[in-house]
Design a binder for this molecule. Sequence first.
Ligand code: GTP
Ligand code: MG
Length: 459
Amino acid sequence: MEDDTIVAISTPPGRAALGIVRLSGAESIAIGRQLSGHDQLMDRRATTTWVVDRLGSVIDETVMTAFCGPHSFTGEDVVEITCHGSPFVLDHLVAATLALGARHARPGEFTLRAFLNGRLDLTQAEAVLDIVEARTSGGVGLAVAQLEGELSRRLQPIRSGLMDLLAHMTAVVEFAEDDVDPLVRDEMRGSLEDNRAKTQALLAATRQGAVLQHGISLAIVGAPNVGKSSILNRLLGRERAIVTAIAGTTRDTIEAELVLGEVRFNVVDTAGITETEDPVETIGIERSRSAIKYADMVLLVVDASRPWGARDERVLQILEPNEDLNARSRDIVVALNKTDLGHQVDESDLAHRLPIAHFVHTAAVPPDRLEELRKALPRVALGGPAPEGFVVSNQRHIQALAEANEAITHAIRANDEETPLDLVSLDVRQAVAAVDSIVGVNSSDDVLDRIFSRFCIGK
Ligand SMILES: Nc1nc2c(ncn2[C@@H]2O[C@H](COP(=O)(O)OP(=O)(O)OP(=O)(O)O)[C@@H](O)[C@H]2O)c(=O)[nH]1
Ligand SMILES: [Mg+2]
């Protein structure tokens, strides 16, 4: 790390009542003394003083404050000189410090030094930038929470949980060799799931922001004639799609916008999925499959008044093996429809098949029963309660959290499949690395460059 003394104007360009020049590094206090002629610059004490350059020309009357390291913003000796906010005075002042051995700071270099000296972690360094750049008071609030270390604080238990788990795995590998006691596997699953739940809660916070801002797409799918279009119409409060008692009424996908609670849904009603020779229906069903694939969320409608049959099974098959969907599989809502006509479907059996789905009972004919569904859709869309008052908004953090979540999910699957523990531990290591990358442990120069180059000079 460079230990030379850096200087920059820390206030915006242009004229103002006051301007600030900031110095950081081993020579800052000596430079401050020479400029002011004061032998003593007391730590954290503001001194009103004239400053004079090396050639004896008076620059301005200023207020000079020294912050001795390591208890300063950068962790080094820092001097802040507040002068009158004239560009000429500020430039003259900077030139005077350069003549005394300081050099121009690069963008973000003060904050970089704070990070390198352990005064801030990466999330806090980024928060400094976010506070400066925030355009709404909400944005400032978020960034301030982050500067206080809120995100790091929430990541800490995840990291230590994963590290404990790694230690445990290493111990088991050393002593147990190949066969791992099933009880140990269970214990590891529990611990992995626990950590995943915490990561997901943070991700829910990221998701909420996105869903509230941009809305979410929802595909209504199911076998023919189960009441998909009726549900759409009832939710919309108008007859958007044609409804008849004939199976195969909806042939093409139908889109509509629906607002429930705080969430805007882009709903796609689809053709009932079935085996058919009809070329038009076949194209419709292809479109249904693709709607399922691209939707953020799926509403699976089942006719609960008839026993579960091959037609329902076919739809389930489309939902189950879909890799794309599995990644977001918690976002399935199952509507057991036509409950006004009876209840023939074994819900617990179905819940077993779709462990991540949320079940609701509906009837889509007057007097309809859709209240439960109206509440479930926005709730599921928002991904459960987010940590109170806390939203992760930084794209770099969101990506790293998603990586950690994925690595833990991978570890859970590997553990379930009785993969050797040293291989499972690789996934856990990867999750730790993702978490560490957020706070900036072992960050590569590349990452640091990317973050700090966004700063302006003087920050
Ligand atoms: N009793 C009862 N009938 C319903 C209910 N929901 C829909 N229906 C009736 O079921 C029939 C089919 O409804 P649709 O909404 O067209 O069903 P769909 O799933 O869109 O059918 P396809 O477009 O053919 O795939 C219509 O006669 C509806 O009136 C319900 O909850 N209870
Ligand atoms: Mg329909």
